[in-house]
Write a protein that binds this ligand. Structure first.
Ligand SMILES: *[C@@H]1O[C@H](CO)[C@@H](O)[C@H](O)[C@H]1NC(C)=O
Ligand SMILES: *[C@@H]1O[C@H](CO)[C@@H](O)[C@H](O)[C@H]1NC(C)=O
Ligand SMILES: *[C@@H]1O[C@H](CO)[C@@H](O)[C@H](O)[C@H]1NC(C)=O
Ligand SMILES: *[C@@H]1O[C@H](CO)[C@@H](O)[C@H](O)[C@H]1NC(C)=O
Ligand SMILES: [Zn+2]
Length: 531
């Protein structure tokens, strides 16, 4: 045996031993030792945690549309089961973020919110009425003239004003509620294109028009919704016909291109995966990607070929690469827009697949950036009436039936169910509930399942992430992102000279000294407590 072979054999033995140890360890994974050790490690990590009070050069804001806490739990199990784990012990990337808070999602006029009102809250910093975008509560829904004077600005505007680059990435239409709240003002979220404007709203501009004609500074725009940009006289390259919602006034894609040409800035318009992949982020400063006539495809059905579409992770990576060229940093909004659509259809499998796709985008963003200078925030606009119930055994397929259990009606039932929605109770004995087309059952019959009203979580990593701890109004979110990145109001704290290490440690010892004096004082006042 030569030396190399010996080394190889030894390597094989070592690998086998390590694998055996891992298997033994996982076999005993539920021992008391395991949980005690895990808890102790976790506690030590948190005890060692320090607040990150750096300035956030960059902010990446992830929004899972409809990603309530029950969705996060189920997606975590789903994600774990996808890699052959039991699932419950798995965590999504953002669940490992150091800070978490809860968000109250109601609109000014609705107990259970709509996504336009919530978008205005988490991007513009003020709560408003359901169905309205980038306008304060003085607006009357669907009333064009009431928009005047009610306009509010967003963190995207505040970031632009400080010379930062900005980007919007979504799997929904770029004119849909969440992205639109970042740049548009509309008394009705449905005003996505000129073909959607009623005759009594002619003095208001549609959302796609506002994006291209009034927000030419936004560097990166990727998502669906091509029909609201494309002229009625042009054939949609994927549909091979002109959709009835295409524009009657002008072609906004041409407008976007010619504006960049006039400014002589490097730019690119793409509508399929190949063109997307061929876009060099080093030499591209402006990117417009419109990958579908309407929303982009669900991840489970996504065409991954050259003619297809990029994933949310791929779009996020490209956006970060393009925006990172700005030495002043950037603000990037990334929306997993179709978790919500799958839930409205009561198709839980699709919703969980979309959530895992969002998680993969977060994983990438976290690895491409540094928590010393980049704040990453992950939250949802609202929840859904989505429940995880029964007593399924550990490791039971999250999309499956609850073991051999039956309801009082003698029928099996799934772990995942909805409070309202399309599909009514029936005999599912012979039905494969893990199919992406399956609709989970619901209590109240409704064609489209509704949003849920309980709080959603906000997960954060990076500068000022600790400001999210606690229960907050949704409108609080952009105020923190702005404070952290020194844009918008109260950015004056950014001009302060940060304390040196020496100063900090001196302050810490003074504080310790104070604590000791207070303790002595308390002991004198209440001798009993000290002994
Ligand atoms: C999980 O197990 C199945 C069946 O044993 C196998 O086909 C699949 O490749 C495994 N997946 C992973 C990610 O390990
Ligand atoms: C629309 O709003 C305007 C101004 O706020 C108001 O005068 C008008 O009556 C409203 N129209 C309708 C139909 O409510
Ligand atoms: C389409 O063509 C017609 C006829 O030439 C023209 O009137 C209309 O303005 C065009 N639409 C767009 C969006 O350019
Ligand atoms: C449900 O369907 C299965 C399989 O078709 C059948 O055996 C069972 O009796 C049905 N249950 C009820 C309560 O109808
Ligand atoms: Zn919705």
């Amino acid at each position: 045996m030569n030396q190399q072979n010996q080394l190889y054999a030894r390597l094989q033995v070592t690998t086998t031993v390590v694998l055996l140890l891992i298997i033994l360890k996982s076999f005993h994974a539920q021992d008391a030792d395991f949980w005690n050790q895990q808890a102790q490690d976790n506690m030590k990590r948190i005890l060692a945690k320090k607040h990150n009070t750096n300035v956030a050069k960059n902010v990446i804001f992830f929004l899972g549309d409809g990603m309530g806490v029950s969705t996060v739990t189920a997606a975590r199990i789903y994600g774990g089961q996808k890699v052959n784990k039991s699932g419950e012990e798995h965590i999504l990337s953002f669940e490992a973020f150091p800070e978490i808070g809860l968000i109250k999602t109601y609109n000014t006029d609705l107990q259970v919110p709509d996504s336009a009102g919530t978008g205005t809250a988490f991007l513009c910093g003020v709560k408003s009425k359901a169905g309205t975008l980038g306008l304060n509560d003085h607006v009357i829904y669907s009333n064009c003239t009431s928009q005047r004077g009610a306009e509010v600005t967003s963190i995207l505007d505040w970031s632009t004003a400080e010379g930062k680059s900005t980007g919007i990435v979504t799997t929904a239409r770029l004119t849909h509620a969440t992205p639109a709240a970042a740049y548009a003002h509309a008394a009705r979220r449905g005003w996505e294109g000129d073909t959607e404007m009623p005759t009594d709203a002619q003095t208001c501009k549609d959302i796609a028009y506002q994006l291209v004609m009034e927000n030419s500074n936004i560097e990166v725009l990727m998502g669906g919704g091509r029909r609201y940009f494309l002229s009625e006289n042009k054939t949609d390259p994927e549909l091979n016909y002109a959709h009835r919602y295409q524009r009657k006034d002008l072609d906004l894609i041409d407008e976007w291109i010619s504006e960049k040409q006039r400014r002589k800035v490097s730019h690119r318009y793409v509508w399929n995966k190949k063109q997307f992949q061929d876009t060099d982020p080093e030499t591209t400063y402006y990117l417009l990607g419109l990958f579908e006539s309407s929303h982009m495809q669900y991840e489970y059905a996504r065409d991954k070929s050259d003619a297809g579409e990029p994933s949310l992770r791929e779009m996020t990576e490209k956006a970060i690469q393009i925006l990172s060229k700005n030495p002043k940093g950037y603000f990037l909004l990334v929306e997993g827009g179709r978790i919500d659509h799958a839930h409205h259809d009561t198709r839980a499998g699709r919703a969980l697949e979309e959530t895992v796709a969002l998680d993969e985008a977060v994983t990438s963003a976290a690895s491409l950036t540094n928590q010393d200078d980049t704040l990453i925030v992950v939250t949802a606009d609202h929840s859904h009436v989505f429940m995880m119930a029964g007593y399924p055994s550990r490791g039971n397929n999250i999309l499956g039936k609850v073991d051999d259990s039956e309801g009082d009606d003698g029928l099996p039932y799934t772990t995942l169910v909805y409070g309202n929605g399309y599909e009514q109770r029936k005999n599912i004995t012979d039905i494969d509930t893990t199919d992406f087309g399956y609709r989970q059952e619901s209590l109240v019959p409704l064609y489209s399942e509704t949003h849920g009203g309980e709080d959603v979580a906000v997960y954060a990593r990076g500068p000022m992430a600790h400001l999210f701890v606690g229960t907050h109004e949704q409108s609080y979110i952009p105020h923190v992102m702005a404070y952290a990145s020194c844009v918008g109001v109260n950015k004056q704290h950014c001009s302060r000279t940060p304390p040196t290490d020496e100063l900090t440690s001196n302050l810490a010892s003074i504080r310790q000294g104070d604590a000791f004096l207070v303790l002595v004082f308390l002991c004198i006042v209440n001798v009993m407590h000290c002994f």
